[in-house]
Design a protein around this ligand. Sequence first.
Ligand SMILES: Cc1ncc(COP(=O)(O)O)c(C=O)c1O
Length: 442
Amino acid sequence: MAKVEAKRTAARARTKSSKAYSDRARRSLPGGVTANVKYFDPYPIAMRRARGCRLWDLDGNEYIDYCLSFGPLILGHGHPRVVKALRDVLDSTGTTMLGTPHELEAAYAERLLRIFKPEGLMRFTVSGTEATLHAVRIARAYRRRPMIGKFEGHYHGGVDEFLVSHAPSAAEAKRGLAATSGSRGTPAHVLENTLVLPFNDLAATEARIREHADRLACIILEPIERSFIAPDRDFLEGLREVTARFDIPLIFDEVMSGFRVTYGGAQHAYGVVPDLLCLGKVIGGGLPCGAFLGRSDILELADPTKDEFFHSSTFAGYPPAMAAGMATLDELEKPGTFEGLLETSRTVASGIERRLSDEPAPVQVLRVGSVFSILFTDRKVRTTRDTLAADGGKRAALDAAVLDRGIFVKPGKPLYLSTAHDEGAVRQTLDAFGEAISDVAG
Ligand SMILES: Cc1ncc(COP(=O)(O)O)c(C=O)c1O
């Protein structure tokens, strides 16, 4: 106990500027943050600058970044190609945005469609949330129906219906698949029109879809749950078949998985093609950007000359985001780059698992592509429900112990890799995890 207290005191002394910042920020921002996900106890570490795979906090402490802004920074921070693309677009346009159509929009749309939906159409948005929001709206417009199907434990952004049952507690999970509000203030009609489905359970999913087939406008899911729980191939194929049979548009939310499981997302990795697809994170190259794309007969509803489906946005197609996104894809397409990222991800995830296996408690590292998570459980993890069995206290102790050793992991969250994580960073990471075990056991 005394050892734990001494470590806490040392950590607080090392990060006293973050504490001071947090105290100040709480006076203007609830919790001292602008997004709940950025908060952690006792106060989040505030960063001042970043480069490659490294971050430096307000006190000058250095960290290897395994959060990467929750996924987008697949080339790490400030990649020279991305920074140059940003400078070039600001120079060539002479402004930050034009507020009219511009050449980068169609150039980038053509490129993304070639990867994801060659015969389709798309629209840009400013975030992943907006992409999923509009994908669902356009599906509703297409099927002229109110209800959506979503999977328990899946996150599609901070919208009432997407927050339904997105993070069930153990008690809620025991109550079955009832639609549970994820945020105070959720209207009753949202719960009534959101059908909750069980991931990786095709028979139960099919039964629920069949029961509500004449009310469902679409089914949306993260094809890779929380980006580290893989789908059974039969599950995705079966879901595709069932939704096609009932003519219910199937939406893949690939905001996270788009360029992380493989280049081209889960639809390529698992060979299942949805009707609509949502992108975000990596496609903005570190700037805010999202997209929804898919079947032309659905997307055409957004054609303004038809006046059927309203989609608008002041910032969609933001030129610097288009330029940074395309530069990111240029870099990822360089021979060997993506394979190298996957190889590094394998090395880090398996290395951590090996080091943690010295710990007496059961532990597993679940990885899909360049994302992984660490769970203290021996239960086979096929859904969010299985993760509820994991020992959260041990994971919190591990996160704190590696943070003390210069590894920035957002507590409790998955870890993301970038092409900037080099051999030195990998070695330092594995050493830190090796040393951290004693704190977790203690
Ligand atoms: C799968 C998925 N969909 C949608 C979103 C929302 O994206 P954004 O935070 O850009 O609005 C996220 C964000 O983490 C996500 O992981």
